[in-house]
Design a protein around this ligand. Structure first.
Ligand code: FE2
Length: 300
């Protein structure tokens, strides 16, 4: 069982990055926009095809973060050895600055479901997720960042608040946390909790990356519901929470996520620059010492 931090082979980027999607790849290759890093969905590059060849060319100029969706660390069944093997091969090719996954489950009986499904937060599920993350980190030879989900329901039998669940996961596995502040905001509005209290309850030294993204509001049987769709610009409320997170966490590599209604590339880059501007402003205005390097960058 792994009980020590795992070595990151690349220093983390200090400027905000963008999610690299297929529609923007050729333009990014042609124009090399000034962003701190690129993040891709790992499963889109496991076939070792032309997409990976382009990514490896971009890798010469940008740190690349691999954001996985298929490990399913919340499943009670053991992780897929084949999926781990393919992810390890991609990691060896790309040498990413981060590898992240979600606090969720998405496989059952060997079948992949097309969604990231929520977990009950109990001692039993904590044991399952911890076992799976330890297994994954051992197989991948590096630390995973685990992302907090966006939530639309709360299990009646959950006994552990989500940030405490994540903190205990960090304690047991030495994983890091990818704090998606849009997810925090969406969940808090949907479940009637305090988003600032949520980020304050996270283990600050484990935060390795931040996501910001857009959401939309819908109406479900007369009840307002926020949907995390990555389909619109980052809202003012989420930027406000991002500033609060930066005050708490210090300077953390940040990604602007966009998966739907993709805007022109320059708009996405502008949002990344907005994140940089907020980070500079917080650093300049904050009297506390802002951390220069994330602790997970240290050799284990
Ligand atoms: Fe995210």
């Amino acid at each position: 069982m792994t009980r020590r931090p795992l070595l990151l082979r690349r220093r983390p980027p200090h400027a905000a990055g963008i999610g690299l999607r297929a529609a923007h790849v050729d333009e990014v290759m042609a124009t090399r926009p000034p962003v701190g890093f690129l993040e891709v969905h790992a499963e889109n590059y496991m076939s070792n095809g032309p997409a990976l060849a382009k990514l490896l060319r971009l890798r010469r100029d940008y740190p690349v973060s691999l954001h996985a969706v298929g490990l399913s660390p919340g499943s009670a069944a053991p992780l897929s050895a084949e999926h781990l093997k393919r992810l390890r091969a991609l990691i060896d090719d790309v040498e990413p600055c981060f590898v992240s996954e979600h606090l969720s489950w998405s496989t059952i009986g060997g079948r992949y479901l097309n969604d990231l499904l929520p977990l009950p937060y109990t001692d039993e599920s904590l044991g399952i997720v911890s076992r799976n993350i330890l297994k994954a980190q051992d197989a991948l030879g590096r630390q995973l960042l685990i992302e907090n989900p966006s939530s639309y329901l709360r299990y009646r039998h959950s006994t552990v608040p989500e940030p405490e669940f994540l903190a205990e996961l960090v304690h047991r596995t030495h994983c890091g946390i990818l704090c998606d502040v849009n997810n925090v905001f969406v969940s808090s509005r949907n479940l009637g909790t305090d988003p600032v209290a949520y980020v304050r309850a996270l283990p600050i030294d484990a935060i390795g990356e931040i996501h910001v993204a857009g959401h939309h509001t819908t109406n479900a049987d007369g009840v307002e519901l926020l949907i995390d769709d990555h389909g619109s610009p980052v809202s003012c409320d989420v930027w406000s929470l991002y500033i609060e997170a930066l005050r708490l966490f210090g300077g953390i590599p940040t990604l602007v996520e966009r998966d739907a209604n993709l805007p022109p590339l320059n708009q996405l880059v502008a949002e990344a620059h907005a994140a940089d501007a907020f980070a500079c402003w917080v650093k300049a205005s904050d009297r506390r010492v802002v951390r220069q390097e994330a602790p997970y960058a240290l050799a284990g």
